[in-house]
Design a protein around this ligand. Structure first.
Ligand code: UDP
Ligand code: MG
Length: 320
């Protein structure tokens, strides 16, 4: 019998966990052909998420949990989940029921035909989301797909079922700056898409502020494109050319009309513009440098404080 591991990153999800459990149980009972494992990753919640998970795991031996020592972010939680999962197929689901669980049987049916290695869900609408947020999201996808060789699908969710083989290749990417949408696409394999309309969160609230999303989008660009660096170099060359032309114009003007000593306001503007561009380019460079700096420290992606998977030696505070 196939074993499906449902990986659920949870950060302060006490409001929705019981509901989630109830819904996923319904799905499990509708799929007698597969065995289920629920793997909750508690990403340093400060509410009652962890006690609830402990309780659930005592009642149901299918419930496994990994609990972090602090909040490491959803990317780390997904990594930990994929690492601890024991299933033949693994599916990553949000705890807030924004990912329609009814798609799990469909995913399972598609993936077991052997025609694909991954069945992923894609939101085709963004109803219920602030207009301005959707606009920025669309712009981000346009931009990143133009400057990156890795395809980042608009509306793609982390909600997807994958084979063990694909998961192994994802785990082999041990980078700290994790941008899953890029990683899933970078490893290749065949992905089939299921489309669905956006659903509102069942309870609790989103953990992503606009600012957090903005920083995340920069992470994505830095992780999957070096085009901003190239743009910085090209801008440098262009401005050199421009200044050469300016120098020649000034010399000729002085030689012919002897009137090159005016125009200091325009000079100030030019200095401001050029130094602004310089700072921008240094900033771009700094982004890459800071990411490289963090990568070379090779800090763990997450630290486990407590788990019932038996995978980590808690006394050593083991981590990946
Ligand atoms: N999440 C997490 N760590 C975080 C933020 C979020 O594990 O630092 C989890 C959260 O519990 C949820 C999923 O990631 O299961 C998606 O989060 P959320 O619903 O807040 O994001 P949105 O759906 O608004 O993009
Ligand atoms: Mg959500």
């Amino acid at each position: 019998m196939d074993r499906i591991t449902v990986i659920v990153p949870c950060y302060n999800e006490e409001a929705v966990l019981p509901l989630f459990y109830q819904e996923i149980e319904k799905i499990r009972l509708s799929m007698p052909q597969a065995e289920f494992e629920y793997l909750f990753v508690n990403d340093g919640s400060s509410d009652r998420t962890l006690p609830m998970l402990r309780e659930m795991s005592q009642k149901d031996q299918r419930v496994k949990y990994v609990s972090f020592s602090r909040n490491f972010g959803k990317e780390s939680a997904m990594y930990a989940g994929l690492e601890a999962a024991t299933g033949d197929y693994m599916v990553i689901v949000d705890a807030d029921l924004q990912d329609p669980l009814e798609l799990i049987p469909v995913m399972y049916q598609k993936i077991t035909t052997g025609e694909c290695d991954c069945v992923a869900a894609r939101r085709v609408t963004r109803e219920g989301e602030a207009k301005i947020r959707s606009w920025f999201a669309r712009m981000f996808y346009k931009l990143i797909n133009r400057i990156s060789n890795t395809e980042i699908v608009d509306g793609a969710r982390d909600y997807r079922m994958m084979t063990r083989q694909m998961v192994a290749s994802i785990l082999s990417m041990t980078e700290r700056n994790r941008f899953s949408k890029g990683i899933f696409s970078w490893v290749g394999f065949d992905t089939q898409w299921l489309e669905y309309k956006n659903i509102q969160r069942a309870a609790g609230e989103t953990k992503w502020s606009f600012w957090k999303l903005f920083l995340y989008s920069i992470d994505g660009i830095v992780a999957f494109s070096t085009v901003p660096l190239a743009i910085a170099s090209v801008a440098g060359v262009l401005f050199c050319l421009l200044s050469f032309i300016g120098i020649i114009v000034v010399i000729i003007r002085e030689l012919i009309w002897q009137m090159s000593s005016y125009g200091w306001p325009s000079l100030v503007c030019i200095i401001l513009l050029v130094s602004g561009i310089q700072l921008l380019c240094i900033g771009v460079l700094g982004q890459y440098l800071s990411k490289a700096y963090l990568e070379c420290k090779r800090r763990p992606i997450y630290i486990v404080k407590e788990t019932n998977t038996g995978l980590y030696d808690q006394s050593k505070g083991e981590s990946k």
